[in-house]
Write a protein that binds this ligand. Structure first.
Ligand SMILES: [Zn+2]
Length: 175
């Protein structure tokens, strides 16, 4: 498993907000600006086929429309799965309405994207090799907020977004 921390900053820092890319195709959180930054780092964004979102603060999901547009502009219909909190699809639709009016439906019809919305404590099995366990974590008044335990071919990495310390963090650490 190759894990690159492409963002380690907070909203106010000069670093990209928290984000991981795993094996060049699994993106964990989609902070504002991350798609351009991945291109700057010479990642092929069309290889991204799995996106995992911890919570719906803007610095964790606002760039998803730009990945969708990238797929659309490149006529890329390869599958992309978005594992995300309940309500994400409606928020993405609103973002399109604000930034790219009338384009949401057109983009959705021409790319192959599936939003796997969940409410926590789920085991999501993408294929024989990738298993993702979501767990509720604490993040002030923001609810829901998820950490994830991602297992690929028997190797595991955990991610908690920017939650505060809680029992769930211990579970992620020892997994
Ligand atoms: Zn947050």
């Amino acid at each position: 498993m190759k894990v690159n921390i492409v963002g380690s900053g907070s909203i106010g820092s000069s670093f990209m907000s928290a984000s991981l890319i795993i094996d060049d195709h699994i993106l964990v959180d989609v902070p504002n600006g991350i798609i351009k930054y991945l291109k700057h780092l010479n990642y092929d964004i069309l290889k991204i086929d799995t996106i995992i979102i911890t919570h719906l603060h803007g610095d964790h999901f606002l760039d998803l429309p730009f990945l969708m547009l990238g797929k659309y502009f490149n006529h890329d219909r390869t599958s992309i799965k978005v594992i995300c909190p309940y309500g994400t699809t409606k928020k993405i639709q609103k973002l399109f309405r604000l930034g790219f009016p009338y384009d949401f439906r057109k983009v959705m019809e021409n790319i192959n994207i599936e939003f796997i919305e969940h409410k926590g404590r789920n085991n999501i099995i993408l294929d024989d090799n990738i298993k993702i366990h979501s767990i509720n974590v604490k993040h002030g008044t923001m609810k829901p907020c998820f950490g994830y335990i991602i297992n690929i071919n028997g190797k595991t990495v955990g991610f908690s977004g920017d939650s505060s310390y809680c029992n769930a963090i211990d579970k992620i650490v020892v997994s």
